[in-house]
Design a protein around this ligand. Structure first.
Ligand code: IMP
Length: 384
């Protein structure tokens, strides 16, 4: 048994009004049915294209309504709309004129086919491509062996361990759920205004609109995990789910080798409710003295930072950074915050507390984690 073809194609969007506006006006598809809050249906050539609100389709229909069974999915999907090959340039201009960011304009190696990639308002990945991409152009007899030739050939070339196919890697990253397009809104899952401002500045060049969890009135979840990664993920997922937007969270701290990694995830807590870091540093020092850790080798430590980018559908990606050094006593320097005055990074005579902020930021654990995250946004490979 084989189906005759594809009858309907479905994407999910919580904001159906934005979806209708986009597909009816930007994509030019006539609406054939709509039910407020539940769905909008469009005609697309000789197929139908459906957009459902996932929150409505998981429930059984109300009494008296058509008893269609609950169905559906959530999270972003991908649809490739077929266009005439000569229209691609016109589509590009049309989308740009309407403020739709083109994420990739890709020419398939070994074929005349070209694809445009962009997003709908719900973050679904859309592609426009000619039928030639799959060897399906009108009037052409399609043999089984021949079918899908250009695209499958290209896909077979992809080897994630090699660097040579940069263009292809870019397309793959477009398919990745993790892509953050220009114009995307991102929740910074922190109630610390300084942190949010810093992150917003970093994201501005990428056209990403950062909004804080505090501004959205989201609650701060309790950090119940036992690792930086676990807590960063917990905070990012809670914010992403509550806001229905991608969210970024970080978790960081000081890990001292001779103290079995303490204070670690409890770094902030060691300063007590008054945020007294003189007390926290003294506490670390007393424990080091109790273990007779007096040489730099016995006083090894590192700062660690885990950044997590999460999506409302529960997927996430983590970026980690660390900076190694040794702890000094007494504390030195007035700059920075937290444990900075006792941390001397490897290869430097000054503590983080003595260094100019720009010098610390150029090498810190947070900067290193951010660098990896920025590479993802810029569509480049991990710097490691
Ligand atoms: P949080 O990730 O914002 O909860 O920060 C955890 C704690 O780790 C901070 O309150 C500081 O005590 C410590 N910490 C994290 N990064 C640094 C740093 O760059 N310098 C000094 N202390 C830090």
């Amino acid at each position: 048994m084989t189906p005759d073809g594809i009858l309907e194609t479905v994407l999910y969007a919580r904001d159906l009004e934005a979806a209708e506006d986009f597909y009816a006006t930007v994509m030019g598809m006539p609406v054939i049915a709509r039910e407020a809050g539940r769905h909008v249906f469009f005609r697309c050539g000789n197929q139908v294209f459906l957009v459902f609100n996932p929150a409505a389709t998981i429930h059984a229909p109300a009494k008296g309504a058509l008893p269609v069974p609950p169905h559906g999915a959530s999270g972003a999907g991908h649809v490739c709309f077929r266009i005439a090959p000569q229209d691609i340039e016109g589509w590009r201009r049309h989308l740009e004129a309407r403020g739709v960011a083109i994420e990739a304009d890709f020419r398939w190696p070994g074929s005349a086919a070209r694809s445009l990639y962009f997003r709908d308002p719900a973050g679904n990945c859309l592609e426009l491509a000619p039928a030639e991409l799959w060897g399906l152009q009108k009037g052409r007899r399609v043999d089984q062996d021949d079918f899908g030739s250009s695209r499958s050939k290209v896909m077979n070339l992809i080897d994630p361990n090699k660097n040579e196919h940069d263009v292809i890697r870019k397309v793959v990253s477009t398919f990745r759920h993790q892509a953050l397009p220009r114009g995307a809104r991102l929740v910074v899952a922190s109630h610390n205004a300084g942190k949010v401002r810093e992150i917003d500045d970093l994201l501005k060049p990428f056209g990403i609109d950062a909004v804080s969890a505090a501004d959205l009135g989201l609650p701060e979840p309790e950090e119940t995990e036992d690792s930086f990664v676990g807590n960063a993920r917990l905070k990012a997922l809670a914010a992403a789910r509550a806001a229905g937007l991608p969210a970024l969270a970080d978790d960081s701290g000081l890990c001292v080798d001779a103290l079995d990694g303490a204070p670690g995830i409890h770094s902030a807590r060691w300063a007590g409710p008054q945020r007294d870091f003189a007390l926290a540093m003294r506490n670390v020092e007393e424990r080091l003295q109790a273990r007779k850790a007096t040489t730099p080798e016995a006083r090894r430590a590192h700062f660690a930072c885990a950044l997590c980018l999460a999506w409302p559908d529960g997927t996430s990606e983590v970026f980690e950074g660390r900076v190694d050094g040794a702890l000094v006593w007494p504390p030195r320097g007035e700059n920075g915050f937290g444990y900075d005055p006792v941390f001397q990074p490897d290869g430097h005579a000054e503590t983080f507390g003595e260094m100019a902020p720009a010098d610390k930021h150029a090498m810190s654990h947070r900067a290193r984690a951010f660098e990896k995250f920025m590479h993802l946004i810029a569509g480049q490979d991990d710097p490691d």
